[in-house]
Design a protein around this ligand. Structure first.
Ligand SMILES: [Zn+2]
Length: 413
């Protein structure tokens, strides 16, 4: 058999396996969603979900490597390490499917932590309810759906007995949300590097060679506490300054290429029975500002200061508290081989590579490892909100594409 007809035969076997195991892919997503791996810095609840992933990998006959990010030599002293997080009971998980040698190697990487469940929607957070082609739940889209797709693809490769030439590494990391990214860094420093990596953050099946970056700040405005103006003049409220700041950020947004999300605006004071207690001495405004590739941290900070500082009035002082690390934008060549291979695997080779409309820990690959990365995951909506969902059709399309990618990239025969 020629190489290409052998690959086609292998692909047919895998297609039959995927068709026969569709329900199990959804079950796997639902199971991962049902394990609430909320990240609440400095701690997180990823443990049970990681245990489940480890059991899945060992049931495939693979040796599972479990390690806390801060136990990896060189991790906590690395310039990209973000300090202050605690990793007891929340290991990274990784396993390697060894190839025969001579092929290109591939990493699938995804985070299992999710943002906390806040607010009520029509669907539960942990039930994995399926309705009208959508699978609902916290993390279904960001990003347990994508993680399940590559675990399922790996199982397909193992059970079909694919004679791959190159190695495949699968890893699930902890602590990505809130700019963590230490889990992904720790995998690189543990030695999991390859010829290409796939990160299935939700892109709606778009193939992304680049991503946005960003940073989160909390602004503390401080003034003078005072009562009401009985002729003596009330001191300017810090909340007034922060409201002006919020408007200035909103006004600046249309001219920007990327959004600024504003999260929090409140007085620092407890009000005993409501309003009318005079002027609070302090207030807080929190926001997350994103950037496109090509914008440095220095440029972003100068831009933000130019927006915020003129908003302060009446002697109110603004202090800047950095809430997350600066996540650099990823800016790789759109024709990086792993990007082109992912496009071909989706059967969508003509679609132009894009910039993913979010920041992620992809920069740990592009800036702190020798492994080029492509970001390509399923579609859905409401990430970081109630009623988060992933599209069921995308899960099937993606797991199929991951199998094809592995066969083409690593060499099927
Ligand atoms: Zn994510």
């Amino acid at each position: 058999m020629s190489r290409s007809s052998a690959t086609e035969a292998a692909t047919e076997t895998h297609a039959a396996w995927l068709a026969a195991h569709r329900a199990e892919l959804l079950e796997l997503v639902r199971e991962l969603v049902s394990l609430p791996s909320e990240n609440r810095p400095p701690r997180g609840e990823e443990g049970p979900c990681q245990l489940r992933v480890a059991a899945y990998l060992s049931s495939l006959g693979l040796t599972v490597d479990e390690f806390a990010p801060d136990e990896v030599p060189g991790a906590t002293g690395h310039p990209a390490w973000w300090p202050g997080r605690e990793y007891a009971g929340r290991p990274n998980v990784a396993a390697r499917l060894r190839g025969r040698g001579g092929g290109r190697s591939l990493i699938f990487s995804g985070h299992v932590d999710v943002v906390p469940a806040l607010g009520e929607g029509a669907h539960g957070y942990w039930d994995g309810e399926v309705e009208d082609g959508r699978l609902y739940g916290r993390g279904s889209l960001d990003m347990k759906g994508g993680v399940a797709c590559y675990l399922h693809a790996l199982r397909c490769l193992v059970e079909c007995g694919a004679p791959l030439a190159g190695d495949i590494v699968v890893e699930t990391t902890v602590d990505e949300e809130f700019g963590g990214a230490n889990g992904t860094l720790a995998c690189r420093l543990r030695g999991y590097n390859a010829d290409g990596a796939v990160l299935p953050e939700p892109t709606g099946l778009a193939v992304c060679h680049a991503t946005r970056g960003g940073i989160q700040y909390r602004l503390h405005a401080r003034g003078e506490k005072g009562g009401m103006d009985f002729g003596g003049g009330a001191p300017p409220s810090p909340l007034h300054t922060l409201a002006r700041t919020a408007v200035a950020l909103a006004d600046a947004e249309p001219a920007r290429a990327a959004p600024i999300y504003q999260y929090l605006l409140h007085s620092g004071d407890e009000l005993p029975w409501g309003t009318g207690e005079g002027t609070p001495a302090s207030g807080v405004l929190e926001f997350w500002a994103e950037i496109l590739p090509g914008t440095s941290r220095e440029t972003l900070e100068a831009e933000l200061r130019a927006i915020v500082e003129p908003a302060a009035v009446g002697g109110v002082r603004i202090e800047w508290e950095q809430r997350t690390r600066f996540l650099p934008a990823v800016d790789q060549d759109p024709y990086t081989p792993i990007v082109s291979a992912m496009r071909a695997a989706l059967g969508d080779a003509r679609a132009e590579p894009r910039v993913a409309p979010f920041a992620s820990d992809a920069f740990m690959f592009s800036e702190h490892s020798p492994t080029p990365v492509v970001v390509c995951g399923p579609g859905g909506d409401n990430p970081h909100a109630p009623d988060e969902y992933v599209l069921v059709d995308d899960l099937h399309a993606l797991s199929t594409a991951y199998v094809r990618l592995a066969l083409d990239w690593c060499g099927a025969l």
